[in-house]
Write a protein that binds this ligand. Structure first.
Ligand code: C5P
Length: 214
């Protein structure tokens, strides 16, 4: 079973996808980490031809080991650079094969990102599109970062998230929109546990309908 989980920055899709992977005993890929790892390779380089060339080279030679340093990859700054390399068509193309191979492994997988249901796995068995209002997302991300001992400027974080969402939604190569057959799940008012229960209910219902041939 392939489960696609898409949604904007800090929507809780990563936590949800990890919970689903655990529940169904499936491997999980947080595809944002791929873009973050590529972004890391161009940190400090001004946007321009060199930035683009180095980002493409990093995407083409990306090693799964580069995804291991989660703490360094999940800072707000790493997210911002990730969304800058994510607009480069060649970067997306280079990361496509990695994601596709992960998704199609025997038994299936859970992938979360922006374009899983639209571009990476249009054939996914179940697609979820996670939504939550910007303030709730900022607060969740702030608490996550504070939990790691980092100081957080909530005003700056809010604007960073809004700016990143805008860039992702306008990305001409991005595919960041709700697929027609994706189920919308708004987690603004939901705890992590409640969101996970709601997602499992959607998946079980969808799979039961499929098994019944409907
Ligand atoms: O999901 P996360 O916030 O870690 O993603 C970081 C950035 O990587 C996003 O803002 C987006 O620009 C890019 N991304 C993408 N497609 C994906 C996953 C992430 O363009 N499937």
């Amino acid at each position: 079973m392939i489960i696609a989980v898409d949604g904007p920055a800090a929507s809780g899709k990563g936590t949800l996808a990890a919970g689903l992977a655990d529940h169904y005993g499936l491997p999980h890929l947080d595809t944002g980490l791929l873009y973050r790892a590529v972004g890391r390779a161009v940190q400090g380089i001004e946007e321009g031809p060199e930035f683009v060339a180095r980002a493409i080279a990093a995407a083409c030679s990306l090693d799964a080991k580069a995804l291991g340093d989660r703490d360094a990859l999940t800072t707000a700054e790493a997210g911002a650079i990730a969304s800058r390399v994510a607009v480069i068509a060649e970067v997306r193309a280079a990361l496509f094969a990695f994601q596709r191979e992960f998704a199609t492994q025997p038994g299936g997988a859970v992938l979360d990102g922006r374009d899983i249901g639209t571009k990476i796995c249009p054939d996914a068995d179940v697609k979820l599109f996670i939504q939550a209002d910007s303030k709730a997302r900022m607060e969740r991300r702030a608490r996550q970062l504070e939990g790691r001992g980092l100081a957080v400027d909530r005003y700056a974080l809010y604007h960073q998230i809004e700016e990143r969402d805008a860039r992702d939604m306008l990305n001409p190569h991005g595919g960041f929109y709700k697929a027609d057959d994706a189920h919308l799940l708004d987690t603004t008012q939901l705890s992590i546990e409640a969101a996970l229960r709601a997602a499992i209910a959607i998946i079980d219902r969808t799979m039961a309908l499929k098994a019944g041939g409907q």
